[in-house]
Structure formats: structure tokens, C-alpha cells
Design a protein around this ligand. Structure first.
Ligand code: ZN
Length: 205
């Protein structure tokens, strides 16, 4: 272990040093986190958020296909960029969790895409592969917020499960702020399933 890294002995989580992260969307600060499963995550933030209340927070799950490759099968990239732009305007935190494909992993996500191309929706495709609809967990996000000494947040999400998930670990969610939805020619079915089968709270349009 690097002597400089900060390990929380109680829960086996390691936090890297803080760095500057200049991006196309603004200049942020960032650090990495290694959870007790050895998974590595990223935290990007702006402002003096430590110890503050009612901090604007986005808990975002990795989507390699959209964010690195520009896939239009979902709207993860636009949602991530919206969150970064929002915290850039004032202050806040984006917790980027490496739980690809709603936690089923990249390989299974591609397998699920195959079944979606055969006519199944996202939920049905996961079931076809013997996987749950959504395997994501939010304990690490709560641990990161506790590390930053943030006890109450305004959460940027349309996902009621995420809202519930983060509250369960003792974080006070004082407000939910809707994320925009970014429809395109290819992701309409994906968005429809989120709304109809996964109870997403879509912003009124
Ligand atoms: Zn995506």
C-alpha cells in the first residue's frame, strides 16, 4: 500500500490523494476510491464541500459504451455531462461508481444488448441471462459521503431505488432533483422501460 493513501481501517476502503481535474466541462477536484471488494471508483467535485449540508450530489454508474464509445443505446453520457455541468455552476459532488450495466458487468451488458436486438426489453434481457434487473449497490457512495463529512444531500436522480439505497446507509436526502432525459432514435425503448418497469420518476415535459 502506498504510504500516502488514506486507508479507513474500519471498513477497508482506501482514498487516494486529491488532484486537480481540468475537463472540457470545467476544472474540478478529484480523488479515487478503492472499496473493500478491490473495485476502484472516482469522485469528482467542485467547491469546499467537506462538512457541508445539502450538497448537490450525483451518484453515477459507469457506462463504458456511452461514455467512452459514444453509444446512443442509452443516455448515460448526457446525464453524466449534465451532472458535471450542474456542479460546475456552483458546487457539488459526482460519485462515479464502476458498476457497469446496472451492476451486471460489461460482458453481460453486451450479451443483454444482443437479446434486446432480438426484441426483448432491458428487464427481459437481463432475466433471459439469469440476472437481476439492477444489481447496483450504494453503500460505497454513502461511505464516500461520510468520508467527505457530508450528511445531507440534494440528490440528482430519477431513480427511486437510488434514493432509497442511499437513505438506507444514513445519508439524509433533503431533496431530489430530476435529471434530464435525453431521447434519441436508438434509446426510446430503453427510456420507456425505465419509466414503465423500473418506476423511474421522469421529469414532467
Ligand atoms: Zn448507458
Amino acid at each position: 500500500m502506498n504510504d500516502d493513501s488514506k486507508k479507513n481501517e474500519n471498513c477497508g476502503i482506501e482514498f487516494s490523494e486529491e488532484i486537480a481535474l481540468p475537463t472540457r466541462l470545467g476544472i474540478f477536484k478529484a480523488f479515487s476510491v478503492k472499496d473493500d471488494q478491490g473495485k476502484e471508483h472516482m469522485v469528482v467535485f467542485k467547491g469546499e464541500v467537506r462538512g457541508k449540508s445539502n450538497v448537490l450530489v450525483r451518484i453515477h454508474s459507469e457506462c463504458l459504451t456511452a461514455e467512452a464509445l459514444g453509444s446512443l443505446r442509452c443516455d448515460c453520457r448526457e446525464q453524466l455531462e449534465e451532472a458535471l455541468s450542474k456542479i460546475e455552476q456552483s458546487e457539488g459532488v459526482v460519485i462515479y461508481l464502476r458498476q457497469e450495466g446496472r451492476g451486471i458487468g460489461l460482458f453481460n451488458k453486451v450479451q443483454a444488448y444482443y437479446w434486446q436486438d432480438k426484441g426483448l426489453d432491458t428487464v427481459e434481457a437481463n432475466r433471459k441471462l439469469g440476472l437481476a434487473d439492477d444489481l447496483r449497490g450504494y453503500k460505497i457512495a454513502a461511505d464516500i459521503l461520510k468520508y467527505l463529512n457530508i450528511n445531507s444531500i440534494r440528490l440528482l436522480t430519477n431513480n427511486p431505488e437510488k434514493l432509497k439505497g442511499i437513505k438506507e446507509y444514513g445519508i439524509d436526502v433533503v431533496a431530489r432533483i430530476s435529471t434530464s432525459v435525453f431521447p434519441n432514435k436508438f434509446n426510446q425503448k430503453y427510456l420507456k422501460v425505465k419509466e414503465e418497469k423500473m418506476d423511474h420518476l421522469f421529469p414532467l415535459s
